[in-house]
Design a protein around this ligand. Structure first.
Ligand code: FAD
Ligand code: NAP
Length: 290
């Protein structure tokens, strides 16, 4: 191993110089370790994980940056937003998958973070997209639009997902092809992950089915997933029967209209909504407020 500051046996000279002042840190600060820009509207980033933070794959936390100083008092308040943790609960770091809203109070600034920068992370994870909120089943459906993929990026890397189910189907609907890239690359990396294969068992990736669709740009599968379910196309494509409460469990994360439409559809198949306190057949969470 190389010494960090010069040759191994060199004795550092003792000086009277004042100690370097530590850089002021934010409350609940974590350091950015990696940033990837996927499109002009989407990026992902990784940050250090507080040693004490325990969470269940699929949960969300509040993250943000310090707001601008109040012009009268000069005081600064944290500017926080809900974010699904996209990394699994066993990961040493935390990953997030984010929108860039050009006039959004947080993401207009957050999109410019770089490795070494700090963000605020309130270590209080919560959420309904967790295994505990579902009754045992055979097939797990994960339905996402846009950044609603984030909680599933966590669950898809969690060994429990493959231990609990014979088949895991992730659907992701976006307007444009580029908006699918983060998810597509993640699925690819899961299928090639030797550590997961060792942990879960060879062939675990055969349980994973990926069904990406676009609505406004040409791609191999076009259409809203809700329409593809109503027409039966998705079931024919995957060679599975429509959902039923005896075998199928589902998690939904997308925009409000999508969540409501899909809830209605799942209820029409006889599935009932679950919660942490009362596990049932499906759970829902908003990908953003609106
Ligand atoms: C439970 C929960 C989990 C969330 N997890 C994530 C996440 O993992 N990744 C993420 O990017 N956002 C997530 N959000 C949304 C996030 O909290 C912020 O809204 C987002 O970061 C934008 O913040 P902002 O201050 O820039 O703009 P805001 O003032 O918060 O939003 C401005 C407008 O931008 C649009 N918008 C906001 N978020 C999104 C989005 N994710 N996708 C498409 N349009 C959006 C809406 O029309 C909204 O009215 C989540 C929200 C909730 C409630
Ligand atoms: N994505 C972009 O290129 C883009 C660019 C600039 C601004 N914006 C703005 O950003 C905000 C979020 O856009 P977004 O694209 O991230 O998310 P979004 O509007 O939630 O759309 C994501 C995907 O979900 C589909 N969808 C929407 N409602 C649905 C429903 N009820 N049932 C089934 N599928 C449904 C959309 O299909 P449809 O296409 O059929 O609606 C789209 O494929 C919007 O206000 C938008 O105006 C988006």
């Amino acid at each position: 191993m190389q010494p960090v500051n010069g040759p191994m046996n060199e004795i550092s000279p003792v000086t009277d110089a004042a100690p370097i002042k530590p850089v002021p840190t934010l409350p609940d600060a974590q350091t950015v370790t990696q940033v990837t820009h996927w499109t002009d509207r989407l990026f992902s980033f990784r940050v250090t994980r507080p040693a004490s933070l325990r969470f269940r794959s699929g949960e969300f936390v509040m993250i943000g940056l310090m707001g601008d100083p109040n012009p009268e008092t000069g005081k600064q308040k944290p500017l926080l937003r809900a974010y699904s943790i996209a990394s699994p609960s066993w990961d040493d770091e935390l990953e997030f998958y984010s929108i860039k809203v050009q006039d959004g109070p947080l993401t207009s600034r957050l999109q410019h973070i770089e490795p070494g920068d700090q963000i605020i992370l309130r270590p209080k994870p919560v959420g309904t997209l967790v295994h505990d909120a579902l009754l045992p089943g055979k097939r797990l459906w994960l339905f996402a639009t846009g950044t609603g993929f984030a909680p599933f990026a966590s669950l898809l890397r969690d060994p429990q997902t493959y231990d609990d189910y014979d088949e895991v189907i992730i659907t992701h609907t976006c307007r444009e092809v580029g908006e699918l890239t983060y998810g597509a690359k993640l699925i690819e990396s899961i299928r090639a992950d030797e550590m997961l294969a060792e942990l879960i068992g060879e062939g675990f990736a055969d349980k994973l089915r990926y069904y990406p669709t676009t609505t406004r740009e040409e791609s191999p599968k076009m259409g809203r997933i809700t329409d593809l379910m109503r027409s039966g196309e998705v079931f024919a494509d995957l060679g599975v029967p429509p959902l039923c409460p005896e075998t199928d469990r589902a998690m939904i994360c997308g925009n409000l209209a999508f969540n409501l439409e899909l809830k209605d559809l799942l209820e029409s198949y006889g599935l009932e909504e679950g919660a942490n306190s009362k596990p049932a057949h499906y759970v829902v969470e908003k990908a953003f407020l609106d």
